[in-house]
Design a protein around this ligand. Structure first.
Ligand code: RIB
Ligand code: CA
Length: 313
């Protein structure tokens, strides 16, 4: 009788946010993972709202996973936010249950440090927002860098941005934090816009989720339909790219993705390209790769996996 491997311990760090919320649900629907905690940051909306949204998402599935609030602003640059995409609450659209508890007292960065020190080499970090919490943890406790198993980040882009012509939102929110993480030596897999824009939540992909006939299915379908509105107006697409849950899916089904190692550096110049993730696709710098950049996504395979897993909640 073959024993199933132990669940992989992960920490979800994000700015819920419609797609962050779906990442929380997918992670909790997957027995391959042990979600140690959800840490929150400013990003799509302010920290108080992203933290409440994380607690609300967990309340939807009756989860007691602890939530730890983190950075309420970037390290240096002025704070951005994306109410134009996610609405004033950060989770506009479907009616959600009220959170039934508060976040923990411990700061997110200190929680990350504690968990990595207690489980050296085991913890995978799934940041899906600005990287400020991870940067704070790495600066407070440089000893944890070789002890983090892997970072799988939704952010950056091989090519164009979505908040400026050069920069993707998460990277632009805190370019200095992103550069601290990319220069930390921790193994990073980067889901940039070049990858996530391959996974648009079209009506044909939302329909099977609603057809689950469950509260979770109805809520996720509602979140994706709201998320589609901005992208339909801005890009003329049939839906919104479901950025963040791709990070979790990479752990569940890596065969759905193609990656390429390359050197990535974040522009912190403060100029018009600030926040751009400069990806050395052709090794022009001669610098050793510091990231696996996701290049291809099997979108139909991802939505089949997502729908099946959501059906378990
Ligand atoms: O640019 C897309 C990213 O920014 C996603 O993670 C979205 O949730 C926002 O955080
Ligand atoms: Ca996010």
């Amino acid at each position: 009788m073959s024993l199933s491997p132990l669940p992989r311990p992960v920490i979800l760090d994000g700015d819920p946010g419609h797609d962050d919320a779906v990442n929380i649900l997918l992670s909790h629907a997957s027995p391959e993972l042990e979600v140690l905690g959800v840490t929150t940051t400013f990003g799509n909306v302010g920290l108080d709202k992203t933290t409440r949204n994380a607690l609300t998402t967990l309340a939807l599935i009756g989860s007691q996973t602890p939530v730890y609030a983190g950075a309420d602003r970037p390290l240096l640059v002025p704070r951005l936010s994306a109410e134009s995409v996610h609405g004033q609450t950060g989770l506009d659209g479907p009616l959600l249950p009220s959170a039934t508890r508060e976040a923990e007292i411990l700061h997110a960065a200190l929680f990350i440090i504690r968990e990595v020190r207690v489980r050296p080499g085991e913890v995978t970090l799934l940041p899906t927002g600005p990287l400020t919490n991870l940067a704070l943890a790495l600066r407070l406790a440089p000893d944890i860098a070789p002890q983090v198993r892997q970072i799988i980040w939704m952010g950056g882009s091989l090519d164009v941005g979505n908040w400026t012509p050069a920069a993707e939102f998460n990277a632009l929110c805190d370019p200095h934090a992103a550069q601290i993480v990319f220069s930390s030596g921790v193994p990073i897999t980067m889901f940039g816009l070049n990858a996530t824009h391959q996974a648009v939540a079209t009506p044909e992909r939302i329909a099977p989720i609603r057809a689950l006939g469950t509260t979770v299915g109805e809520v996720v379908a509602g979140l994706l339909e709201f998320f589609a509105e901005h992208h339909r107006e801005r890009y003329g697409w049939e839906g919104g790219p479901l950025h963040d849950p791709l990070t979790c899916a990479y752990l569940l089904a890596p065969e759905l993705f193609g990656t390429q190692p390359m050197y990535v550096e974040v522009d912190i110049s403060g100029g018009p390209s600030s926040g751009r993730t400069n990806c050395d696709l052709w090794n022009l710098t001669g610098r050793a790769p510091n990231a696996e950049v996701v290049m291809t996504v099997d979108a139909d395979g991802f939505y089949a996996l997502l729908t099946e897993r959501l059906g378990r909640l």
